[in-house]
Design a protein around this ligand. Structure first.
Ligand SMILES: CC(C)(COP(=O)(O)OP(=O)(O)OC[C@H]1O[C@@H](n2cnc3c(N)ncnc32)[C@H](O)[C@@H]1OP(=O)(O)O)[C@@H](O)C(=O)NCCC(=O)NCCS
Length: 199
């Protein structure tokens, strides 16, 4: 799945990409095709939107994430869930210098309080949760939030989190104040998922 070319209408988007990018893009597309086939949808190419978002066939929502050796995709019919995001990151601490770019002061305080209760670098979890927020929020509002525009509140016991959007798009198509997500981790990766339901 990392090497076999994707569909020709998809390959045009990576014709000039470096090898690493080709590999992850192809894995993501093959993963997405497999999910769509398993759900009973006809084969469809997933083109690339103007802000890199995958363009799903009409009536379908989904999300893709890849690291160097792991790729995941989720897709579903757009019904009561109107947007979904997933993210996978290596279970490794974030570089200290990046911390204030990713986390607000309150999040840094919460990390200090909670870190001893879980063997997962909470800053990496917050990073992954915020990438999920982007993958849910962008397709609905065509707006990219900054990492400090949202704040993640982690519930370690329930493996869940809430993202509070403090600085949303000024005139959003869909106003969103908060989003709920879930996480899982093993010794290699942290996995996050988030969905926005129709209100
Ligand atoms: C795009 C971005 C989310 C990619 O995240 P990453 O962890 O480096 O990479 P992942 O493999 O997990 O995700 C990449 C996939 O996300 C999807 N994606 C990219 N842009 C997207 C968007 N605007 N909307 C929805 N999905 C998007 C794509 O499927 C992409 O894979 P592909 O290009 O092969 O199709 C990240 O690089 C980025 O730009 N983040 C800035 C915005 C942000 O996260 N803000 C925080 C808000 S609180």
């Amino acid at each position: 799945m990392w090497e076999k070319p994707a569909l020709s209408e998809e390959e045009v988007f990576i014709s000039r990409a470096v090898e690493k990018r080709k590999r992850e893009f192809r894995a993501g597309r093959h993963c997405a095709h497999q999910v769509l086939t398993e759900l009973g949808y006809p084969e469809a190419s997933l083109k690339v939107g103007e802000h890199r978002q995958p363009l799903w066939p009409p009536g379908i929502i989904g999300s893709i994430s890849h690291t160097d050796q792991f790729c995941a995709c989720v897709a579903m019919a757009k019904t009561e869930i109107i947007s979904v995001g997933i993210d996978v990151e290596k279970n490794e601490p974030v570089d200290k210098s990046s911390l204030p770019l990713i986390c607000t002061r309150r999040e840094i305080g919460a990390i200090e309080e909670m870190q001893s209760s879980i063997d997962l670098p909470l800053c990496k979890l917050i990073f992954s949760a915020k990438e999920c927020v982007h993958k849910v929020y962008y397709p609905l509002n065509q707006h990219t939030l900054d990492f400090l525009d949202a704040e993640i509140q982690i519930d370690v016991d329930h493996r869940s989190f809430e993202a509070i959007i403090h600085n949303p798009e000024k005139s959003p198509k869909l106003p969103i104040k908060a989003l709920k997500g879930f996480f899982h981790y093993d010794r290699h990766y942290v996995y996050t998922i988030m969905m926005k339901e129709l209100e």
